[in-house]
Design a binder for this molecule. Sequence first.
Ligand code: C2E
Ligand code: CA
Ligand code: CA
Length: 393
Amino acid sequence: MDVALQEIENALANQEFELQYQPKVNFLKGRISGAECLIRWNHPEKGFISPDHFIPLAEKTGLITQISAQICSMAIHAIGELRAAGFEGTLAINTSPLDFETCIIIDILQKAIDEKEIVPSDLQIELTETATLNNKDVISSRLELLTDMGFKLVMDDFGTGYSSIDLLSQLPFSTLKVDQGVIGRMANSTKNLNIANMVINMARTLRMDVVAEGIEDKNTYQFLAYAGCLEAQGYWISKPLPFDEFKLFIKSNPQYPSSQLGMIYHAHLNNVYFRKSVLDAMLYANCQTDLNMASVANPDIHFEPKNTRLGQWYFGVGQELSGRENFQAIEEPHRKMHEIGKTLFESNFENPDDAILAFNESFELVNKHLNLLETELMAEENARLFEEAKGGA
Ligand code: C2E
Ligand code: CA
Ligand code: CA
């Protein structure tokens, strides 16, 4: 459908845009954790027009920023009403990099904070790169400002187009949204399944949360829960809903399957990764070359157990498992492993064999109890799935 620029300008002036809300579910709790705000245009003559038919033109002409400003204000208003109705989740809005060539969006958000309409954890900012960025330095500094204010920045459509690994390293994203194409293709081949898995693993290694979008069936949902995604979005949960329907939806407080298995799998990966980073750093410190690789010598590792990736799960959502022996048995060797890791990292051993042996011992104990915990949860999950299949038969 052809849309003229003048029509978009009219739509802005006449308030023809509205938002719909697509629920997101937290895989660990199986409960609604937020929603993505998606623009809808009710054209007075042409009826409903899909965003795919006017967002690209709005981006090309720069009008997108006026649209973004409008939806930003709408989302601020919506969160107020939703909070009053008991909603505890977050709303994610879509923005374009162009929006950050100026301060318009940041000013709207700052004003809403100053007037106590929102706190930064109410809203997340999704950013899709639609073309190579021209003003990367300016945009990047504005996005830093946004994250300094406390907003979470989400890289949208990861795995397609311009949403690249390169961009991940340049902008302060805290969350990765895996593109629905990547999710949709997962079932077609092992290769595509591995790609989805690797994207999730990469994000976790970078300390980012992962949202999967475009989940259209239960199997995909279940698989992604076991793979360690944090949040789910897609038609299987719900289509985008008008505001009143969304309010009813959250009021019904639906329960979806939940699992910690994905987090345990990632605790394993984090543990392996930590061990390797420490050993690499130690070797590097001992190799007397001029080779300049500060990133190996000073890896992004945290020695305080609570700050480690495993620790963030363990002392956070993992606590739901605190009644289990194998869960409790992880804490001590994990603490010890980090303590020895710190010594290995900081001291210059001529012969570090003993320290490495002790390091390995703690590493293996952590793994052992993670394995046992995983096996325990898998058995329960298996029994649950069996019951469910019987019930459905
Ligand atoms: P997006 O940000 O990737 O949004 C997700 C799109 O996928 C939405 O389409 C949503 O309705 C659709 N979707 C959700 N779950 C499923 C599923 O399970 N299967 C399939 N096949 N599709 C699903 P929608 O609302 O038509 O939006 C299309 C695109 O338009 C968005 O893609 C986004 O890039 C853009 N857009 C939408 N609202 C806004 C906005 O307020 N501002 C900006 N700048 N762009 C927007
Ligand atoms: Ca989006
Ligand atoms: Ca997307």
